[in-house]
Design a protein around this ligand. Sequence first.
Ligand code: AMP
Ligand code: MG
Length: 327
Amino acid sequence: MIVLGIESTAHTFGVGIINGKGDVLSSNRDMYKPKLGEGFTPFDLAEHHYNGCLKTLKSALSGSELKLRDIDVIAFSQGMGIPNSLKVGAVLARYLALKFNKPLVGVNHGIAHIEIGKFKTCAKDPVIVYLSGGNSQILAYIDSRYRIFGETLDIPIGNAFDVLAREMDLQMPGGPEIEKSANGGKFVELPYVVKGMDMSFTGIMTAAMEKFRDGVDKKTVSYSMQETCFSMLVEVTERALAHTNKKEVLLVGGVAANKRLQEMMSIMCRDRKAEFYVVPMEFSGDNPVMIAYTGFLAFTSGQKLKISDSSVRQNWRTDEVEISWII
Ligand code: AMP
Ligand code: MG
């Protein structure tokens, strides 16, 4: 079985093709990069995706040496995400499904981050720490759903890093730049905001921006931001392990690439005698392979979407998805 996956929830438009063993036959990503010091609007993203989507599709097909008629299933990220971006992927997916008479599967983007992480690391039943530009959640699988044990009450951690980076004139995406800049920094206190199992990152981000404006150097601001946010995440993850009695932790999403976060989580896991897994960097940020792979899981467990049900779902939460492929 050959599955073509389309990712277009936010900054990245991507097309990936996999076979039924999960081998990647090709993967093409085109990421919108704003100018230094600028952010992006939903309109900018949609323009970028509309302009580049056919080129990305063609490159993915030629990379796999397949034609559209060879594809068995079309999967696309249906939500959650930025509506203007999501719609580009949805339109292309619907068109391909109708024109070539292929089944269509709508994939939840967050679930795709989780499933590619489990597949690539062979983690079996982990507490999942899902951290990206659009989400920050700590989840675990119980009774047909990934249940959310803790999450951000305001902005996602990746977004907080990006905004802080922009304030400090660092390149986008900001997370990797904050990581580099943290090297050799000292610690200054920032608000530490854990409420039960939930977290808030807005106040920390604002306080870090104020420190920078008051003349604290970039290294120290970056280091303190990382240490504070990551400590909060480790605290909540540890409690999720204790509550669920699970014995594994899996880190997924774009922020999973951060080495200091990996180090802090792995120390906590070692102390609790839990196994620690991180999704490989190639699959941590938004990518179309995770959509194709999750589309494969969904389709082979009986899911198929009618065109009339294929509208984008901008607020489609991870814990709303009925997981039909775990028995
Ligand atoms: P995603 O939304 O899953 O594609 O993840 C993108 C987010 O991950 C952006 O907010 C990036 O700034 C963030 N990110 C990527 N690499 C790192 C890193 N090494 N450290 C912290 N954040 C990162
Ligand atoms: Mg993502």
